[in-house]
Ligand binder design. Structure first.
Ligand code: DGL
Length: 265
């Protein structure tokens, strides 16, 4: 393993590609191994035990690929699995929630809203992490209804699905938040809906903060790839490579077809 080794990314499916897209802007020279655990999609309604098991298998797989660091691009997995797996492996592991909460909390915000999947909200992870760094911060966490599936439908037959977004945003606005964290990989892609009911500046896309932090941290560890060539992507999925490529279009341009990996699940 050295600084030209790839960075591993994983998520339940295509959602983490939204995170990878933000990273690519800042880290174009890095090689990437991306694992979409599509056979277990969605993570948002899985138990903690299940999510820990998936994360361990994926980290073991990442080690066989010689990665220098792993980015947990999935909020749900960061919330439910990271604390248990973090000390098992020797490489740096970056979970999206814990990393972003640390950066957001020091901004002296008084009230923060969080939208995320049911499993993430159940964990209370965003609130706990924000309060670790800012004792006085108040946090309102809301599990949004079907936002992941709205994004994945890519504009088809969503007319009825999107009706309650207004109510959900308005319920959050009653809390009068300084900022609202979009705590799920898919949610930034609903921004055009959100801004019908609240100003754009109110929303935080954590992946942007995340990419900045990881770049800086890899640099301090002397792990940045200083090559002048563009990095390569390698994609792995645990089921349905074709569907993955189709759904990926929302988030990221997939040039190399994903490889189906069955043995780790
Ligand atoms: N990627 C997941 C997250 O960020 C959302 C999709 C899912 O539930 O699997 O929480």
């Amino acid at each position: 393993m050295n600084n030209t080794s790839p960075i591993g990314f994983f998520d339940s499916g295509v959602g983490g590609l939204s995170v990878l897209a933000r990273f690519r802007k800042l880290l174009p020279n890095e090689n990437v191994v991306y694992y979409g655990d599509t056979v277990h999609l969605p993570y948002g309604n899985k138990s903690k035990e299940e999510l820990i098991g998936y994360a361990k298998n994926i980290l073991d797989f990442m080690q066989t690929k010689g990665v220098k660091a792993v980015v947990i691009a999935c909020n749900t997995s960061s919330a439910q699995a990271y604390d248990t797996i973090k000390d098992i492996y020797q490489i740096p592991i970056y979970p999206i929630i814990q990393t972003c909460a640390k950066v957001i909390a020091v901004n002296n915000y008084k009230r923060i809203g969080v939208f995320a999947t049911e499993a993430t909200i159940k964990s209370g992870k965003y609130a706990n992490e924000l309060k670790k760094y800012n004792l006085n911060i108040q946090v309102k966490e809301m599990a949004s209804k079907n936002w992941v599936s709205i994004v994945e439908k890519r504009g088809k037959n969503i007319k009825d699905d999107i009706l309650h977004i207004k109510d959900e945003i308005e319920e959050m606005l009653e809390f009068n938040p300084d900022k609202i964290i979009l705590g799920c990989t898919h949610y930034p892609y609903l921004m055009n809906e959100f801004i019908k009911y609240a100003p754009r500046e109110l929303f935080i896309d954590p992946a942007e903060i995340f990419a900045k932090y990881v770049k800086h941290d890899l640099d301090t560890k002397n792990l940045l790839n200083k090559s002048n060539f563009l990095g390569e992507d390698e994609f792995y999925v645990s089921s349905n490579p074709k569907e993955f490529v189709e759904n990926a279009k929302i988030f990221y341009e997939i040039k190399n077809p994903p490889i189906l990996v069955k043995s780790i699940t």
